[in-house]
Design a protein around this ligand. Structure first.
Ligand code: PXG
Length: 465
């Protein structure tokens, strides 16, 4: 049950002492934060007793759902055995070794692109900082120190540290930190609805969008390019699902110029797209894979990089110290929870469930939204989904940014008992992978109601016919 909470008091202390991430502090102090007090299965409750269906899995994390006792037990047992020891000075610990071994066994093998090694951190951002350090170390060791440039994409999200935010393509983040740091550059994203030409098929667009990478490599100078980083499906950017032709063409281009490929799977790994790792779904072969979030289903912070043999062999064989790491790299408690989480995922066959059962069912139900007057395009990939809200479906006419249509919709979701995320004019979900068909139906009914209420508001305000 909900422990009794004095909502007003917590809100006052919150604005007095807690600076939230990505928040307008003054605005939040004026309205007061929603206080989340407990969670079970796919639902969360706030301090006023409102129950919400959490279609965002916390923040793309809680793939096994809330309330899993065996994850809590694993943390408790490990804390009582060895709560912490570092892995800096030629020491190791059993959970960190076991989890690295387990993760390596889950990554598909493809010659020198197979994954035998893991570098640990505590978050996605740190992991991408590690990627920048590792990529540059790799080319230094190979005698090509001029290969420093990492190419990324506009509207990508790769974290909030200096390197993570630089790799990301969020202009608002760049503007506040004198970012990107040197030697990071961006190409356009493969967002067909936004950037496709009239009459162009999505397949044609996918090839054209991948071609922007080759253009950027040539403009930069191929011998200066170290790596390309991308999310398999862009998450925080609004669930941008690339056309089927995109990834094979990206693979052809990185191979042609010999540059490293980093697959940032902080959102997409661990069953989210129906596979342990998302590169499997799209059939490309990354050299480095960023992970975090669902490796522990968010129950405790843990992140890392799967280091492919191409990179690992150079780092290992050439010798010399890699001057990089974190206090909590290979944290025994986090790794023990990661192992328990993978046990659940394996036992309940969550990746397979997404691939063959609930993924296709969500795809079928979500596609029905394409008939709604407010929806320009609704699509899913595995167990993520996104839709763009439009004024006029025929003419693909978008709402003005000042109309904040996504925020209007999000407001209706909250009031209706649903957590759905707004990214500009896109509404997105990434629900727990444990959902039943009945729960998917329940979520879809809530989504439809929220869309109807948003449509009513848009018409009432004279924004659309
Ligand atoms: N890479 C990707 C692909 C991510 O989605 C990170 C790196 C950074 O991870 P950490 O653990 O440092 O936060 C992420 C994180 C949103 C939202 O609004 C998404 C993320 C984080 C915060 C908000 O959708 N993704």
């Amino acid at each position: 049950m909900n422990a009794p909470v004095d909502t007003r008091l917590i809100q006052q202390l919150d604005s007095a002492h807690f600076l939230h991430p990505f928040t307008d502090f003054k605005d939040l102090a004026g309205r007061g934060a929603r206080v989340i007090t407990r969670a079970e299965d796919i639902y969360i409750w706030d301090s006023e007793g409102q129950k919400l269906l959490d279609a965002m899995s916390g923040l793309w994390c809680v793939n096994v759902g809330y309330g899993r006792r065996e994850l809590a037990q694993a943390a408790y047992d490990q804390m009582m055995t060895l709560p912490f020891y570092n892995s800096f000075f030629q020491t190791t610990n059993v959970p960190a070794v076991s989890l690295a071994t387990r993760l390596a066994s889950l990554a598909p093998v493809a010659g020198d692109r197979s994954f035998a090694h893991v570098f640990y951190s505590s978050s996605g951002s740190e992991s991408n900082d590690s990627n920048v350090r590792m990529v540059r170390r790799y080319w230094d060791l190979l005698g090509q120190p001029q290969r420093k440039v990492i190419i990324s994409r506009h509207n990508a999200y790769h974290g909030s540290t200096m390197a993570g935010a630089s790799l990301g393509g969020m202009s608002g983040m760049h503007a506040q930190g004198d970012l990107p740091i040197p030697n990071i550059t961006h190409i356009e994203q493969p967002y067909f609805f936004d950037l496709g030409h009239p009459g162009e098929s999505s397949e044609e667009f996918g090839l054209r969008a991948a071609g922007w990478l080759e253009e950027k490599i040539l403009a930069t100078g191929p011998d200066r390019v170290a790596a390309f980083i991308a999310e398999p499906v862009q998450g925080a950017g609004g669930v941008i699902i690339p056309p089927a032709t995109y990834w094979p063409e990206i693979q052809r281009i990185v191979d042609k110029y010999g540059i490293l490929l980093i697959s940032d799977e902080v959102i997409c790994a661990f069953g989210r797209l129906g596979h342990w790792f998302a590169y499997e779904k799209f059939g490309y072969r990354p050299d480095l894979v960023t992970f975090a979030k669902a490796v522990t289903s968010g129950y405790i912070p843990l992140g890392g990089v799967m280091v492919g043999n191409r990179v690992a062999q150079v780092l290992i064989d050439k010798g010399g110290e890699f001057n990089h790491g974190y206090t909590y790299s290979g944290h025994p408690v986090a790794c023990a929870v990661g192992l328990a989480n993978l046990d659940v995922m394996e036992r309940e066959q969550l990746p397979q469930r997404v691939r063959t059962d609930i993924g296709p069912y969500l795809a079928k139900r979500f596609a029905e939204l394409n008939d709604h007057p407010l929806v320009g395009q609704a699509e899913t990939c595995g167990f993520v989904a996104g839709m763009v809200l439009v004024k006029d479906r025929q003419r693909k006419q978008r709402f003005g940014a000042d109309q904040e249509i996504g925020m209007v919709c999000r407001g209706h979701c909250f009031r209706g008992g649903l957590i759905m995320r707004a990214v500009g004019d896109r509404m997105i979900i990434a629900p727990p992978l444990t959902m039943s068909h009945g729960q998917i139906d329940e979520m879809m009914a809530l989504i439809k109601t929220c869309l109807d209420l948003t449509l009513r508001d848009a018409r009432k305000n004279g924004w659309m016919a």
